[in-house]
Design a protein around this ligand. Structure first.
Ligand SMILES: *Cc1c(COP(=O)(O)O)cnc(C)c1O
Length: 438
């Protein structure tokens, strides 16, 4: 038995894989990965797969990235971990200072993954209104087709049926506002006009319900799990105005879109000069450590922070996670920010994105809604194959490509280190995989 085969058998016996009907692995084999380099993953026999989805949107600068790797190694010689209640350390302070300067939101609360950041933001907003004497503001709203994570609290503002419906009896009620997804515009209606129309619907709802609303949580510019639904930034500006007018918090979930994915460091910067002009809270995770270690953070305003600052213990935010502010993860995040500072990453990404977009526009199979926002490129394949996503995923693997279509939506969210030959492979292998699975 080859090394690969042995690993597959052991994995199926002992590991319960995420987001997977395990029985499907009777027909679709697991992919055993031994190492990574740049945009590529390799199995133990040396077969390579170009990572077109940055391993679920986390791996920002490629695998085996020397700067991040060295930063973690250096931190490892100093301090691997210390609890953050009652203690502090240089990496968490430096990271908080830098994120605060970049976003304009000055208080950083840490978690270990995206869903816990969502939970933290929701609880903080709810608790804020209680602390300032408006305890009736207890409800949350989100967008149709939104995704904010899958723990019970996060799931209550997520709107993806396949993740949510089974657990409906367990979760909080929340209302979903019309999505400004520009694919939903009427014929002849611009993305901007449609976004404005959705903002009016938001305002009508908030005007009626604001007395009981704590916060509106939103994925800025791109709703990732919905199938890379993209919308016009004017929606964010209007949402901010509505939230300010009616005293409702705006939570920007930039877990997927933060750190340059949409072409600016944070997506909110396409609607306001700084994140703080748009959001009361920002949730960050995924790319924050370049895909090296689990870390999330919620940044918020002085106003929110001050509402918890009190002699009474219970007015404080007593939430905690064991690995809060882990020094190794913070050092990986600092190295990630250093990579942005060291070269014109966003400018180089603009060139890569342009090349990728024109390649998609030259594809000769039936497709719709070709769209791009920064380093996220997507389109829908027109096909009658009900298993398109799974077949295309399997076909792509044969061609040395990790691609995970969502329904009929094929998307690329690659690491920022694609070489020209990587780009060519991405374009050609995607074309072959789509043609074989239509
Ligand atoms: C991935 C994601 C989350 C959840 O993050 P996890 O680390 O998977 O819990 C939340 N919101 C958005 C927008 C995401 O893409």
């Amino acid at each position: 038995m080859s090394g690969n085969q042995d690993l597959l058998q052991r994995s199926l016996r002992s590991v319960w894989h995420p987001c997977t009907q395990m029985k499907h692995h009777e027909r679709y084999p697991l992919v055993p990965i031994a190492r990574g380099e740049g945009a590529w993953l390799f199995d133990s026999e040396g077969k390579g797969y170009l990572d077109a989805v940055s391993s679920w949107w986390v791996n920002l600068f490629g695998h085996n990235q020397p700067v991040i790797k060295e930063a973690i190694k250096a931190q490892l010689d100093q301090l691997e971990h210390v609890m953050l209640a009652g203690f502090t350390h240089e990496p968490v302070v430096a990271l908080s200072e830098q994120l605060s300067a970049l976003t304009g939101l000055g208080h950083a609360f840490y978690g270990s993954d995206g869903a816990s950041a969502t939970e933290i933001a929701l609880k903080m907003s709810f608790h804020y209104w209680r602390n300032i004497g408006q305890p009736e503001k207890t409800k949350f709203i989100s967008l149709q087709n939104s995704y904010h994570g899958e723990t019970l609290g996060a799931l209550s503002v997520t709107d993806v049926a396949i993740f949510k419906d089974t657990y409906a009896p367990l979760i909080l009620q929340s209302a979903q506002m019309p999505s400004p997804d520009s694919r939903l515009a009427e014929a002849g209606e611009s993305a901007e006009a449609y976004a404005l129309r959705c903002a009016e619907a938001l305002e009508a709802y908030v005007a009626e319900h604001h007395a009981t609303l704590a916060a509106f949580i939103i994925e800025p510019l791109v709703q990732g799990a919905a199938g890379m639904a993209m919308y016009h930034p004017v929606y964010l500006q209007r949402a901010r105005e509505v939230c300010s007018r009616y005293q409702v918090h705006l939570i920007a979930d930039e877990i997927a879109v933060g750190f340059g994915r949409t072409g600016t460091l944070f997506a909110c910067e396409q609607a306001g000069e700084k994140v703080s002009e748009i959001a009361d809270f920002i949730c960050l995770s995924k790319g924050i450590t370049g895909g090296y270690l689990p870390l999330s953070v919620v940044l918020t305003t002085d106003d929110v922070y001050q509402a918890f600052y009190h002699d009474q213990t219970v007015k404080g935010f007593l939430h905690s996670h064991s690995y809060t502010g882990n020094p190794l993860a913070c050092s990986a995040a600092l190295a990630t920010l250093q990579l942005f500072a060291a070269s014109d990453v966003l400018g180089q990404n603009r060139e890569t994105a342009q090349t990728l977009l024109s390649a998609v526009e030259h594809y000769d199979f039936a497709m719709q809604h070709v769209r791009q926002r920064g380093m996220i490129t997507a389109f829908e394949v027109v096909t009658q194959n009900p298993q398109f996503a799974r077949d295309c995923y399997a076909a792509a693997l044969k061609h040395g490509l990790l691609l995970r279509p969502i329904g009929n939506t094929v998307y690329w969210m690659p690491p920022y280190c694609l070489t020209q030959s990587d780009q060519q492979h991405l374009v050609e292998a995607t074309r072959a995989a789509v043609m074989e699975s239509m």
